[in-house]
Design a protein around this ligand. Structure first.
Ligand code: ZN
Length: 203
């Protein structure tokens, strides 16, 4: 037979729920692409009109959130209230059930959803890291080549490099200015191809 939670138990449960990482709550109940900037992450807000410059901000260190568009925010519980359109008590009961607090297990379909979102986030993180790496390697190579072409004599001797430099600069430009995911992917592919090509000619 279940015993009714006491008031103290309930407050304790709410405290526990508020400590579930905001990123995990976002992944489980909201979803969407996140951009990480140090201790915060931003996403397009699904709760107000077109959000072309992402205004939903998750503060990872404080474990709370705020949308600068609809001016809503708060704890992880507030996020679930807004995401599911439910009251405080229902949000608490839902998170507790889904995260297995005071119950035995996370529902399998929720667990699967959480896992899928985490996997796709890991892929995003890996891509961003390789993107950054390509950018830095190309920048270093560009500076190397530029320094090899500092005198007229060297300029004459390294015709191949002379032609490489503007192409390299173009790709670096694209890498640093691409915003949309499709543009980033394009710039990244160009960068990868350039890196392979540069390796074969070994400047
Ligand atoms: Zn909003």
């Amino acid at each position: 037979m279940r015993t009714k939670n006491t008031q103290a138990d309930y407050i304790d449960l709410v405290d526990q729920l508020k400590r579930i990482p905001i990123l995990q709550i976002f992944d489980s109940y909201v979803g969407g692409k996140l951009r990480h900037h140090g201790k915060k992450a931003v996403a397009a807000c699904p709760w107000h009109g077109r959000d072309s410059s992402p205004s939903l901000t998750l503060y990872v260190d404080r474990n709370n959130w705020y949308c600068y568009g609809c001016q809503k925010g708060g704890t992880v519980i507030d996020m679930v209230m807004v995401a599911l359109g439910v009251d405080f008590k229902t949000a608490v009961a839902t998170i507790a059930r889904d995260f297995g607090l005071r119950t035995c297990q996370i529902a399998p379909e929720v667990k699967k959803k959480i896992q899928q979102r985490q996997e796709s986030r890991n892929i995003d993180v890996a891509f961003e890291a390789d993107y950054e790496r390509c950018y830095l390697v190309l920048l270093t190579l560009k500076n190397d080549i530029a320094s090899k072409l500092s005198t007229y004599y060297e300029f004459e001797q390294n015709q191949k490099l002379v032609h490489t430099l503007p192409i390299l600069e173009g790709i670096i430009d694209e890498l640093s200015s691409a915003q949309a995911q499709a543009d980033k992917l394009r710039a990244w592919r160009l960068a990868r191809r350039m890196l392979i090509w540069l390796q074969t000619m070994n400047p």
